[in-house]
Design a protein. Structure first.
Length: 499
């Protein structure tokens, strides 16, 4: 059955920032609209089409929703550029939309994906539509559809895994792979992997194994430096940096119930009355009435930074900084409940247009692969707040710093690599503090969103010196947020916690 299309006028083209950036690459943005691409198993009746139109149109502007497009190319250098999610996976937005359709009786609708259409006009004879496309879509999770979406079967095949020829080429093969894929192998890593695969296993590793080893053995994951020996002026210090951090807890544990061995920490709480859903023994985790229950809750607290991703791609970097921290909070003990968040940002000199400050040195240079401090501050704040709003977690407080200064010694002191801090508090039933040991025969269940090759490389990339990696590899290493999918996962965890 042919796909249905419903169009809705949009104001995407009115963004002053987009207009400015479009002008820089030789285009004028004339208009924009959203297209809902709808897949159904059967033809919709007139009544069903009215329901669908009602669902997709703006409440007070029904005239701006139509089965025909509002924008069209008229020639003379203008064209329509359409971008939408890649088709390999159904988006979380589509899952929610289909659920709403089903609740309205539109059970024949199986998928709805939203695309964005821009009416653009070339202002320079050398302007390339591909450059404009980079301004309006995330090339990792979205793509350009030159002829629109006629089917959800138009997708490319994923890249095949291969073996790395260490048995034949030796170290050179691993060094080349590390350089091409941004794996961040140093000489010690390569020595170790050569010994494991060539001398002990006597086989070539796969590219999948090499990716996994790069992340698992990176500084980001293993903390080799943070847990390593500290030598100052030739003298070995008595404690590692990690041991210094842990020392206050070891000497004065006070009311801590979890510290340094789980996804977040926990403080001893108190008993109080809470609302819990009623559960039946034969049908657990189903909707039901709430009842008052006396429970003993501890407070969970976790803070992490997401600095490298926010320097490369501030909005998705901050999104996944918040999302990853929420995930850590949820997985504390045998399961924890999310309550609220804090955020903090530290960047270099902002160089606000028309508001130059005396200490802002115009000669300071920044890595070309990283976003400028002002963009980092704006997009990070938007990304963290956007994710929290979609997930349903309030952001209750935070802080901001901006500084770049030339010291009297000539040393430059600045947050060139920005800091994005995401913190959260939650609550956990005291009887869930200890994780249980896995038993033979139990199943491992993996839940979450689609598995693009995004964020794969984040651990290695964030452990490298800023600017050492290729720009494309840095961009690929940044995860992408999906707050709606994490909220679905949160419901599963919460249902288990409340059993």
């Amino acid at each position: 059955m042919p796909m249905l299309h419903i169009y809705r006028a949009a104001d995407l083209h009115t963004s002053a920032l987009l207009k400015s950036r479009a002008s820089e690459v030789g285009f004028e943005v004339l208009a924009s609209e959203v297209c809902f691409n709808i897949e159904a198993t059967a033809e919709l009746s007139a009544d069903d089409q009215t329901k669908l139109q009602y669902l997709l149109q703006e409440t007070f502007e029904p005239q701006n929703c139509s089965a025909k497009p509002f924008v069209s190319a008229k020639g003379d250098g203008d064209s329509i550029l359409e971008v939408a999610p890649r088709q390999q996976f159904t988006s979380a937005w589509s899952t929610n939309a289909v659920s709403i359709c089903s609740a309205m009786g539109l059970v024949q609708i199986t998928r709805i994906e939203k695309s964005r259409r821009y009416h653009i006009k070339r202002t320079s004879p050398t302007a390339s539509p591909q450059k404009f496309a980079l301004l309006v879509h995330d090339r990792m999770t979205e793509c350009v559809y030159p002829n629109g979406i006629a089917s959800f079967e138009q997708h490319s095949e994923p890249e095949k895994w291969t073996t790395v020829p260490v048995m034949k080429e030796g170290r050179k093969a691993l060094e080349q792979l590390s350089q091409e894929k941004g794996l961040g192998y140093d000489s010690q890593d390569i020595d170790y992997y050569m010994r494991v695969f060539k001398d002990e296993l006597k086989r070539d590793p796969t590219t999948v194994e090499c990716f996994d080893l790069a992340q698992g053995n990176s500084e980001h994951s293993r903390h080799w430096f943070f847990g390593g020996r500290v030598v100052i002026d030739g003298e070995v210090m008595p404690k590692t940096l990690f041991e210094w951090v842990k020392r206050p807890f070891k000497e004065h544990p006070s009311n801590s119930t979890i510290a340094f061995h789980d996804n977040s920490s926990a403080l001893r709480g108190f008993q109080h009355v809470s609302l819990f859903p009623e559960q039946s023994t034969d049908k657990p985790a189903v909707p039901g009435a709430f009842r008052e229950v006396k429970r003993d809750f501890d407070l969970t607290l976790t803070v992490e930074t997401h600095n490298f991703p926010c320097g490369i791609a501030p909005f998705p970097g901050a999104e996944t900084g918040a999302g990853g921290r929420i995930r850590d909070g949820q997985s504390t003990g045998q399961g924890s409940l999310v309550v609220a968040a804090i955020a903090g940002y530290a960047v270099g000199n902002l160089h606000l247009p028309g508001y130059m400050l005396p200490w802002e040195d115009q000669s300071f240079e920044y890595p070309s692969t990283m976003a400028p401090p002002l963009q980092v501050l704006i997009d990070c704040s938007n990304g963290a707040s956007d994710y929290g709003n979609k997930f349903g977690e309030p952001l209750i407080c935070g802080w901001t710093r901006a500084l770049g200064h030339r010291m009297p010694t000539g040393e430059r002191f600045e947050w060139v690599k920005p800091i994005m801090l995401s913190g959260g508090i939650g609550q956990m039933d005291h009887m869930h503090v200890e994780k249980q040991e896995p038993q033979q025969g139990q199943l491992v269940v993996k839940i979450g969103g689609p598995a693009y090759r995004i964020g794969v490389g984040g651990g290695a990339a964030s452990s490298m010196v800023a600017g050492d990696n290729a720009a494309e590899l840095d961009f690929n290493a940044v995860q992408r947020g999906d707050a709606e999918m994490e909220q679905k996962m949160n419901r599963v965890i919460r249902a288990c916690c409340e059993l």
